[in-house]
Design a protein around this ligand. Sequence first.
Ligand code: ZN
Length: 156
Amino acid sequence: MKIRGEHVLAIEDHARGGYPDEVCGVLVGQSAAEVTVEAVVPVANRERDAPRVRYQVAPEDLLRIQRESRESRLDIVGFYHSHPEHPARPSETDRRMAAEGISDGVVHVVVSVDGAGRAAPSAWVFRDATQAFEEEPLAVVGRRREQEEDGCRSKS
Ligand SMILES: [Zn+2]
């Protein structure tokens, strides 16, 4: 999937701001041969019982974002959420939640975040056929703050 550096930063900042709870949001863009993220929309984590290890997106938030995306000829292509003090890969809960929905090809960005503010994103695609997530290469377009970008900076 393709995502701009500023959007990765927005996801990371959201994860830091919500620590130690999980934060979540919606990825809006286009899905042709490859998913391209055009906007990142943070939403409130509606999980009440265990917001440090779970997240829930309210259906009314989803509907609103879907309506707004269509006005710009875009669609919801995926979701992001944070894993405070946990690795940047989908948990068994994430897998189960994805398996319950209509989710083939939906992109999930999982960003790990710790108390020192370190954040690391990874991207995954859920496949109905295997009922599992596959890691998806995260192609970051544009410069990222404090981080090297492949092919953009000569190694010295
Ligand atoms: Zn998770």
